[in-house]
Design a binder for this molecule. Structure first.
Ligand code: FES
Length: 119
């Protein structure tokens, strides 16, 4: 377990997300109403960068491409590639890769900087 400085708090505005490299890993870092979160940066379905268009709501993050959704607390898979519904393109494309959880990193704040626990 090693904590790495990711970004200054002042550089991450409420409701915004950023893709950054921390300890040689591509990470998505963002802020919900009252907490910071950090995940792997690319969607587990087809590697779309979640910093571009992903929606964060109800402690979940939803990829804009085929709307795969993961829980931000533990990374568990909520829904795998449901979009578009008609034709069943989303379901078909969803079969191209194996269903996976999203990696979540613990975050903390120290001296005005957000740190991520990368192990
Ligand atoms: S790339 Fe994210 S849902 Fe398909």
């Amino acid at each position: 377990m090693t904590w790495h400085v990711a970004i200054k708090q002042s550089k991450l505005k409420p409701g915004k997300k950023k893709m950054i490299t921390v300890a040689k890993k591509l990470v998505l870092i963002g802020q919900t109403d009252d907490a910071y979160f950090a995940t792997e940066a690319l969607c587990r379905h087809m590697r779309w960068p979640l910093a571009y268009g992903a929606k964060v709501k109800d402690d979940c993050i939803r990829c804009p491409l085929h709307q795969t959704t993961h829980n931000l607390k533990d990374g568990s898979l909520i829904e795998w590639s449901p979009f578009p519904l008609l034709p069943l393109y989303g379901k078909i494309v969803g079969k191209f890769s194996k269903k996976k959880d999203l990696k979540i990193y613990d975050t903390r704040v120290a001296e005005g900087k957000i740190e991520i626990n990368i192990f």
